[in-house]
Design a protein around this ligand. Structure first.
Ligand code: AMP
Length: 398
């Protein structure tokens, strides 16, 4: 695992042109940024570089312009907002080809401590294919490369991997350093007992995660829609609940693996179900693990909440990815809420994988009580699968 990478603090940045790959993939509505968490997350690295006299050249993708300029996906609003947040001008290099005349001139004119933001890297079709031409152009602007975009670290693109082939010094920023420290160490060197909680809709999205975590954890908790495939393969009646028939064999294999390894695998022992999928459906609690054939399981039940909470209570490290039920509906959010609350009250190192669980934890108001909330959905899942992330592997080792 790639935990020991050089950071901005391990290199000389003063007077250097530093290209920083950020994750400025923020939601926009009519040109207005509706959630600026990712901009806030990028601040520590940018501020460090500015304060230490680097010439800071920022770049990022935004949405999916599919290799051509799309004005609604321009990074111009990000430049404006960053300027306000930093109290300092961020020069926007408005080039449809990203590394064009504006970018080159702006970089040429930079003094130490100044900031330039390039246009959306995915305006270039080469970006997501990691084609050398664009990687070289990006590299030609800078002396040093810093990757601080954990959310795209699992993708080998020009601005995450290709560029490192043409710049000698490539290090990580504070955001990636934090992901390595918390998410990376939790999985590789956890304080035990180590409990992982998996939920969400599908087993098929988390095949590798389940398999890898069974090699690492003391207890694996499985809830959410994916639990029904496990319950069905144990012979329970799951009605119309989510089921991946073709993953039942895999579920059995994983239960066998857990048993062989002495890992506790906890599945729901009661279920909150309803007549059908719907926000205003009345929640009904099952006695045990079976529900009536014409009903659908939408959340874990109260006994399961207790069971899962007591496992979390004994843990020293907890990693959670995926909601316990349809948390978007208040009637079926109790399971997800209970996990978030129990984790927030625990003294363990508590880590939330990105994506839906991060959104749920923030939405429920427990965000600031967790040790770490990962900023990458896909990237954090690949980390939990034990895969090497190309955008991290490409950085210089300590
Ligand atoms: P994922 O993207 O795999 O993390 O799945 C998150 C989605 O799974 C959320 O939108 C939840 O509403 C959904 N989900 C969780 N539990 C269930 C369930 N029992 N039935 C249907 N959907 C569920």
């Amino acid at each position: 695992m790639q935990l020991n990478k050089k950071t901005v603090e391990d290199i000389e940045v003063r007077g250097k042109k530093v290209l920083v790959r950020c994750d400025f993939n923020v939601p926009l509505k009519g040109g207005v940024i509706t959630d600026e968490n990712r901009l806030v997350g990028a601040m520590p690295t940018i501020k460090y570089l500015v304060e230490n006299g680097a010439k800071v050249i920022l770049c990022s993708h935004l949405g999916k312009p599919k290799g051509e300029p799309k004005p609604e996906l321009s990074l111009a609003p990000v430049a404006k907002r960053l300027s306000e947040m930093l109290g300092k001008e961020v020069v926007f290099a408005k080039d449809d080809n990203v590394v064009g005349e504006n970018a080159k001139k702006a970089v040429e004119a930079m003094k130490d401590g100044e900031i330039v933001l390039l246009e959306n890297t995915r305006y270039r079709k080469e970006e997501t294919k990691n084609v050398e031409t664009f990687s070289k152009e990006l590299a030609s602007l800078a002396d040093v490369f810093v990757n601080d975009a954990f959310g795209t670290a699992h993708r080998a693109h020009c601005s995450t991997v290709g560029v490192t082939e043409f710049i000698d010094t490539s290090v990580c920023g504070y955001l990636i350093q934090k992901e390595l420290k918390f998410l990376g160490n939790a999985v590789e060197n956890p304080q035990r007992p180590f409990v992982a909680i998996l939920g969400g809709a599908k087993v098929s999205d988390k095949l590798g995660v389940i398999n890898n975590l069974l090699d690492k954890v003391d207890t694996l908790i499985i809830g959410g829609g994916m639990a029904y495939t496990f319950l069905k393969s144990l012979g329970h009646e799951i009605g119309n609940s989510l089921l991946e028939q073709d993953k039942m064999e895999y579920a059995k294999e994983m239960m066998k693996k857990a048993e062989d390894k002495g890992v506790k695998l906890l599945l729901p022992i009661d279920i909150t179900y309803a007549k059908q999928f719907g926000e205003n459906e009345t929640p009904i609690i099952s006695e045990g693990r079976d529900i009536p054939s014409d009903h659908e399981g939408l959340d874990i039940g109260p006994k399961t909440r207790q069971l899962f909470a007591s496992a979390i209570g004994e843990a020293k490290t907890v990693v959670w990815n995926g909601p316990m039920g349809v948390f978007e509906f208040a009637n079926f959010a109790k399971g997800t809420h209970a996990i978030a609350k129990t984790m927030s009250e625990s003294n363990a190192t508590t880590i939330i994988g990105g994506g839906d669980s991060a959104a749920a934890v923030n939405q429920l108001g427990f965000g600031d009580k967790m040790t770490h909330i990962s900023t990458g959905g896909g990237a954090s899942l690949e980390f939990l699968e034990g895969k090497e992330l190309p955008g991290i592997a490409a950085l210089n080792d300590k």
